[in-house]
Design a protein around this ligand. Sequence first.
Ligand SMILES: Nc1ncnc2c1ncn2[C@@H]1O[C@H](COP(=O)(O)OP(=O)(O)OP(=O)(O)O)[C@@H](O)[C@H]1O
Ligand SMILES: [Mg+2]
Length: 217
Amino acid sequence: RVGVCDCDIYGPSISLMFGSREQPMATEENHILPIEQYGLKLMSMGFLLDDSSPAILRGPMVTRYTQQFLRQVEWGELDVLVLDLPPGTGDIQLTIVQTVALDGAIIVTTPQEVALIDARKAATMFEKVNVAVLGVVENMSYFVSPSDQQRYNIFGSGGGEREAKRLRVPLLGQIPIDIATREAGDRGMPIAAENPNSIVGAEFNRIASELLAKLKG
Ligand SMILES: Nc1ncnc2c1ncn2[C@@H]1O[C@H](COP(=O)(O)OP(=O)(O)OP(=O)(O)O)[C@@H](O)[C@H]1O
Ligand SMILES: [Mg+2]
């Protein structure tokens, strides 16, 4: 029983990536019912606003939306609630750490220094508020060209590993740049579900199992 809460209020993507445009319903107690898709419970600003309507909100309002997503959504009994955060260390991130007790944070970065700078700041923020960093996931780690099977390190290499070492946490996985992954996401079908035996699908599923074991252990 897994829920995914898209806490990227300004740039939601969960609705598109999970292929649903359903409008969430409210209960009589004024709770929001999450959207159910592929056996997951989902909440995203993308279900409330269409893609051409920006969420034009100042800090206090974004704080209210974030709190509502966490407290006023009828998540029901879940084993895991995944919060997808936007980059940064601002109102959304601070509201989350002040509203719910987190089991841990996962840092996602590309191997490139400009991305690592932001990832490092996020990790430091979580350390400051005593949230354990469970590990680092490196995305866009490499690209294997379909024409010559050569491996290209487009965003450099070793960045995720170095950052994980510095934080003394595991490098949970490395996701290559992959055309099928991009296409599946745009089609609203996560690659891990559509093609669990592909390199990326298998890597996502392996990372999820490792995290689950870590959280249970
Ligand atoms: N490894 C990958 N291979 C191919 N496409 C990818 C890969 N990672 C991300 N993408 C594409 O980029 C889009 C955005 O990726 P993603 O949602 O992971 O960004 P993000 O890291 O959450 O961005 P932000 O930090 O701005 O929230 C995905 O929908 C997908 O189309
Ligand atoms: Mg995002």
